[in-house]
Design a protein around this ligand. Structure first.
Ligand SMILES: Nc1ncnc2c1ncn2[C@@H]1O[C@H](COP(=O)(O)OP(=O)(O)OP(=O)(O)O)[C@@H](O)[C@H]1O
Ligand SMILES: [Mg+2]
Length: 293
């Protein structure tokens, strides 16, 4: 794609491997000034994306980590009445000056900022069902009034909003209508090699091959309750490197399985496989046609 139009504002960064469709989705969100909604398995780089979009565009960033109790209005500001009461009791500061007790939240700070920000709203699906609709209103309006002081804050520039979801809850259609959406597919081996290279530069090629063969084999086991993710693969490689394991040692069995499997049923199933004298795959062709290299 030529870029005379200036559409391709985000091109990726050295520390984050983004597939071409993901780069397109980021650039669509920038061009349309719409929030970018990112879904995908845990550990596929949803949260990290926001950090690298900010880095790639040279923009400051604010993060808002959503909890089950989060309310959209808290993103704008909180009136810290407890602090004010305490100050009144202990005679500290000027309690008449209510502005001292208004604490902006991430949305409020981004709206009030001089510079355009990237705003990460992480794990939007953790909050209750009203949250996304309330958030929409705040994002559409781009301004708010601090009731207690009657001050109005209006955003000078629309922030680039990146919203992540782990699919715990359905998001309302009205919310989806306003977003650009991208699902981060689990990386295929070639992309995964690039991701690993970001974290473990110049890894021995035979070791990397063995590691990836075992990793994709493990992920292909139907009975697994929780498949290991990209971040767990990176951790596993760190453990292998620190302990000085060779490719041959990884060929024969899976050391440090606790970095990859996170519940006892999965660990037990692997133990039984080991005892059953079945062969672990040692080459890509052992994984079947999907992984023919
Ligand atoms: N595309 C990528 N490029 C570089 N590193 C990556 C990439 N994807 C994942 N990683 C690695 O995986 C780790 C986890 O990424 P991140 O926390 O962004 O995942 P997530 O999708 O937000 O997971 P969760 O749903 O559990 O919050 C990162 O810290 C990084 O080490
Ligand atoms: Mg995350």
């Amino acid at each position: 794609m030529s870029d005379e139009s200036g559409f391709q504002r985000f091109k990726g960064t050295e520390g984050y491997i983004a597939s071409p469709p993901l780069i397109d989705a980021v650039n669509c969100a920038i061009a349309l000034e719409r929030p970018l909604l990112i879904k995908g398995e845990p550990g596929t780089g949803k949260t990290l994306l926001a950090l690298h979009v900010a880095e790639g565009l040279g923009m400051p960033m604010e993060s808002w980590y959503i909890k089950s109790t989060s309310k959209a209005a808290e993103g704008l500001y909180l009136y810290d009445t407890i602090q004010r009461l305490n100050d009144a009791r202990f005679g500290e500061g000027d309690v008449q000056d209510i502005r001292r007790y208004i604490k902006y939240g991430p949305l409020g700070r981004v709206f009030a900022a001089e510079k355009r920000h990237v705003l990460l709203i992480d794990e939007v699906d953790k909050a209750d069902v009203e949250f996304p609709n309330d958030l929409l209103r705040e994002l559409d309006e781009m301004r708010f009034t601090v009731m207690e002081t009657r001050e109005e804050v209006a955003a000078k520039e629309r922030p680039l909003v990146i919203i992540t979801s782990n699919n715990e809850k359905e998001l309302p259609d009205a919310f989806l209508r306003r977003c650009v959406f991208h699902f981060i597919d689990f990386p295929e081996p070639d992309l995964m090699r690039e991701i690993v290279d970001v974290h473990h530069k110049n890894l021995d090629a035979t070791l990397l091959d063995q590691v990836l063969i075992k990793f994709y084999w493990l992920r292909g086991q139907r009975e697994l309750r929780k498949k290991p993710s990209t971040s767990e693969l990176i951790d596993w490689i760190s453990a292998l490197l620190r302990s000085g394991m060779s490719a041959q040692q990884v060929e024969a069995h899976l050391p440090f399985v606790g970095t990859l499997l996170k519940n006892e049923q999965d660990t037990e199933a692997l133990g039984q496989f080991d005892e059953s004298d079945s062969q672990m795959p040692t080459s890509w062709s052992d994984l079947g046609p999907r992984y023919q290299q």
